[in-house]
Design a protein around this ligand. Structure first.
Ligand SMILES: [Zn+2]
Length: 464
């Protein structure tokens, strides 16, 4: 345990505030209480209780004076509850939707560092720790606390502000956004939505880049499968189902789908020219100007992050085969997981994979890809995000990005609601604990994000 003096020194050295529960404003304290409550309700699939979290938020909103008809808990399936609340505006403009998911990825206390329990909200050395403190209970808590503040102040926006806290984002089930859109579209219908998927990056503790997610890749896995009559392993021939799949995967490991930077990638590259140096900066400038050569793509592809923005990627993630140690395998199968660019055709990807796999291996898609069109990165909404980001963090670069993972944003985009993945929540560059151990956010970053989202929601709500 550190002495108070060494804590003060660490805090000073990291440039973090000596924030503690005592120095919080009443609104920050409320935000923290809600945040803590959410983190400590275990909402993992399948036995966690999302409905308990939804009900807890509904209770707070009702206590804060929201009309019961404007706060609805919807539970399509036991334990899979959602809550939707509406702050009424003048109705001059179509609503703003604030979306956050309540479910989290599983975490086990024994995997986390000493003294940390993923389902016990912990403040330590200037950080908040717990499962979901970033993904996605920070935004959920902030949206609720800020809406309560707005209600108490009597703010009347030009458009309704809707907060939807949902289930089944992480597990890809259908009891969250998909269910709401199918069954209660009117509850969440909006002109524009804010969601997870973006985020800020500190470089050595200073706000550097604020990413805004404006599109995302499609998720689709393919089976690579080979079969063989089998037989006794004491008399093997040359043909073997495992060898066939292994050979196909070996070819796949050297294969790249074509680089096809889309508008979001070009806009992102234009911003990142300022951030990178040397040949990486040169290659980014070429992409931004739409004159990139294969050499530029080769340079950028050395970075897994940039490579994933440039092209559809497909990678082997699982393998199985054979049925006994002393038998020739009758079957071998690998899973190849693809993240497909919004403009690429999943059928084209499938035919390319089949070509690479060769005719001894059958390639088949597992299900179908959920397509989604990019959100306009030049819209007035985006300009407002840029303006407020720079006002809050002078010198920060705002970068539109394509998410390489999948969020519920694509479901909204598919029904025509533009979605901006923006949080104002910063983490140190290179730190990535989402879905992993010791998930954390700095106390300073959390309250700055809360302040940013408040300003952004007020501006968008007022039609700015
Ligand atoms: Zn998430």
């Amino acid at each position: 345990m550190k002495t108070p003096i060494s804590i003060a020194l660490v805090v000073f050295a990291l440039g973090l505030p000596a924030a503690s529960a005592q120095s919080l404003s009443p609104h920050q304290q409320l935000t923290r209480d809600i945040y803590r409550e959410l983190v400590e309700i275990r909402t993992v699939h399948p036995d966690g209780d999302n409905t308990a979290a939804a009900r807890a938020m509904a209770r707070r909103l009702l206590e804060a004076g929201f009309d019961a008809k404007d706060v609805e808990v919807l539970e399509p399936h036991p334990l899979k509850g959602n809550v939707v609340v509406r702050l009424r505006g003048t109705g001059e403009l179509k609503p703003l939707l604030l979306l956050a998911h309540l479910d989290v990825v599983e975490a086990k206390a024994e995997d986390w560092s000493d003294g940390l329990d993923p389902f016990k909200f912990t403040e330590r050395d200037g950080f908040y720790y717990g499962r979901g403190v970033i993904d996605d209970k920070a935004m959920a808590a902030i949206f609720v606390a800020n809406l309560i503040k707005a209600k108490r102040e009597g703010w009347q926006p030009k458009r309704d502000v809707i907060v939807a806290l949902t289930a089944d984002e992480e597990t890809g089930g259908h009891n969250g956004v998909a269910w709401l859109l199918k069954n209660r579209r009117e509850l969440v219908d909006a002109a524009v939505a804010l969601n997870e998927g973006g985020g800020g990056q500190y470089r050595k503790g200073k706000p550097h880049v604020q990413s805004v997610q404006v599109s995302e890749k499609m998720y689709l896995s393919f089976d690579f499968e080979a079969t063989h009559p089998g037989g006794h392993s004491s008399q093997p021939g040359r043909e073997n189902a495992i060898y066939d799949v292994a050979a196909a995967l070996e070819r796949l490991s050297h294969f790249d789908l074509p680089a096809r930077p889309n508008e979001a990638m070009r806009a992102m590259a234009a911003q990142l020219v300022e951030v990178e140096t040397g040949e990486m900066a040169k290659a980014l400038a070429a992409v931004a100007a739409n004159r990139a050569t294969n050499e530029d793509y080769r340079v950028l592809s050395r970075s897994a992050r940039y490579n994933s923005q440039l092209r559809t990627t497909c990678v082997a993630t699982r393998i199985e085969g054979g049925h006994a140690d002393n038998a020739l395998p009758q079957r071998a199968k690998a899973t190849v997981n693809c993240r497909i660019l919004p403009g690429d055709d999943p059928d084209f990807i499938g035919s390319e994979l089949q070509r690479v796999a060769g005719d001894r291996v059958k390639v088949s898609p597992r299900g179908s890809a959920r397509k989604s069109e990019p959100t306009d990165s030049q819209s007035p909404f985006m300009k407002t995000i840029e303006r407020l980001s720079v006002a809050m963090w002078p010198g920060v670069t705002v970068v539109p990005v394509m998410g390489t993972g999948a969020t519920d944003g694509s479901r909204l985009r598919n029904v025509g609601i533009p979605v901006y993945g923006v949080s104002g929540l910063f983490v140190e560059s290179g730190e990535n604990r989402l879905h992993g151990r010791d998930e954390r956010i700095s106390v300073k970053a959390f309250y700055e994000g809360a302040e940013f989202l408040d300003r952004l929601v007020r501006a968008l709500g007022n039609g700015e």
